[in-house]
Design a binder for this molecule. Structure first.
Ligand code: ADP
Length: 447
């Protein structure tokens, strides 16, 4: 029987575990010392410790994970999101160990992890990108100034190897360019070990709209609709929804089809997401995520698909069971990320959950690994749960989500529930279609 090693923790580890059960596969969960005793571990067929609490010594420890796979007889590894999910060196090590990674081939992951190469590949596939050259910036200040003039201010400098919202700098005037260039180059080197930077037009009021794709090893590639993830703080998504409100369906279908074709062009397999900025009726590619995303449930609710199970199936060599023309999109879904953090200062709030009450009822899904008494370790991401509502319309989904967050109770750690409740009743969000700056602007005017 095929055994899947789940190389992650928390809610996504449980989500993957559920998919393995549904597929009738054997599961192995790994855990660090900090997660020893986490309730979801008991649901796996086997659980194995891979090291001490710091992620570098456990969830990012490639030799320990490969050894865990070997000891437990696992032949597949699902990396989830975060940690090693987009590390091409990990994908390569997994392949070299004769194991199957649930994800794209290492070389495709490497290419999409370099934003300049990714942009070039997308332009070649006919996917529209943010205006600006798909090449690394030269060193010559005059040439750089000329490029910025050609694009038109404001421009944004971005690290080719960047991620997590770091290694980016907006430049509004020619006078600011030389220093911005120097600082961004230093950051790129320091954070990502790659000094390459590139430049593009800085869009002033875009929305974040992304396309979910999945591709198998037989040349089939599907796009599963879009998600609007414009509600962000410090480039971190806070609320996500599908479909994206108030955007022409034909335009989205055209972009979706381009993304599916781009998967075929670059030899992409597995689940992935093409991230776009959307402004004034046009889409501009910014980057591709080569993994399952936190916000995948909103797409699952409107399509009725189990994306994680599909991911595992295509990784083990099965063809996609559906075609583009079979896909339906029913109703509207909205997700709130629940974080263990102070709702005013956003400082992480680890500790023991002394009491937990989860909401339910028609159209409500909660993805969490937590139960009363569980620990939220200080070592990892503060996201502890996702509450997702589905309704026939956006208004119905919103009403269900409001009721659900009203029911939900978490004691023992602080959470952003009060903030999420306030956001769901905020007028502009309720109307739909806010820009990526909306949440921060709203926070700044609330005091
Ligand atoms: P990361 O990999 O660090 O997440 P992205 O390229 O996805 O970097 O960009 C992160 C965020 O930065 C975007 O969601 C958007 O808010 C902002 N951003 C990136 N490029 C641009 C641009 N050209 N114009 C305006 N905002 C941008």
């Amino acid at each position: 029987m095929t055994t899947v090693l789940i190389a992650n923790r928390g809610e996504i580890a449980l989500r993957i575990l559920r998919a393995t059960k549904r597929l009738g596969l054997r599961s192995v969960c790994v855990f660090s010392d900090a997660d020893r005793g986490a309730p979801y571990l008991a649901l796996a067929d086997q659980a194995i410790c891979i090291g001490p609490a710091p992620a570098a010594k456990s969830y990012l420890n490639i030799p320990a994970l490969l050894q865990a796979a070997q000891i437990t007889g696992a032949t597949m590894i699902h990396p989830g999101y975060g940690f090693l999910a987009e590390r091409a060196d990990f994908a390569q090590a997994v392949a070299e160990a004769g194991l199957i990674l649930v994800g794209p081939p290492a070389d495709v992951m490497r290419m999409m992890g370099d934003k300049v190469l990714a942009k070039r590949a997308m332009l070649a596939a006919g996917v529209p990108c943010v205006p600006g050259p798909s090449s690394v910036l030269p060193d010559d200040p005059e040439q750089i100034a000329q490029l910025a003039d050609d694009i038109g201010y404001p421009v944004i400098l971005k690290a080719a190897g960047g991620g997590g919202g770091r290694g980016m700098r907006i430049v509004r005037t020619p006078a600011d360019l030389p220093e911005a260039f120097m600082l961004t180059r230093q950051e790129a080197q320091r954070f990502f070990g790659n000094p390459d930077i590139y430049m593009e037009k800085f869009l002033q009021r875009p929305r974040h709209v992304e396309i979910q794709v999945i591709a198998d090893h037989f040349g089939n590639a599907l796009w599963l609709g879009e998600r609007d993830c414009s509600m962000q703080r410090r480039h971190q998504k806070v609320i996500e929804e599908a479909p994206a409100p108030h955007i022409d369906r034909d335009l989205i279908a055209a972009i979706g089809a381009r993304c599916a074709k781009a998967c075929q062009d670059i030899g992409y397999t597995g689940a992935g997401t093409f991230e776009f900025l959307y402004e004034d009726g046009a889409f501009y590619f910014i980057e591709m995520n080569t993994r399952i995303q936190v916000e995948h449930p909103v797409t699952e609710l409107i399509t009725g698909l189990d994306i994680v199970a599909l991911q595992i199936d295509v990784a083990r060599g099965l063809p996609l069971p559906v075609q583009q023309s079979d896909l339906v999109s029913a109703g509207h879904a909205i997700e709130c990320r629940i974080n263990a953090e102070d709702p005013a200062t956003f400082a992480p709030s680890p500790g023991q959950i002394t009491y937990l009450h989860l909401p339910g009822g028609p159209g409500i899904r909660v993805d969490t690994h937590l139960v009363s008494g569980a620990e939220v370790p200080a070592h990892y991401d503060s996201m502890i749960a996702k509450v997702i509502a589905h309704g026939a319309t956006r208004d119905e989904a919103l009403a269900r989500l409001r009721a659900a967050l009203g029911e939900m109770q978490v004691q023992g750690v602080a959470t952003n529930l009060p903030l999420q409740r306030a956001l769901l009743s905020e007028t502009d969000f309720a109307a739909g279609g806010v820009s990526i700056h909306h949440l921060e602007h709203w926070l700044s005017t609330r005091e």
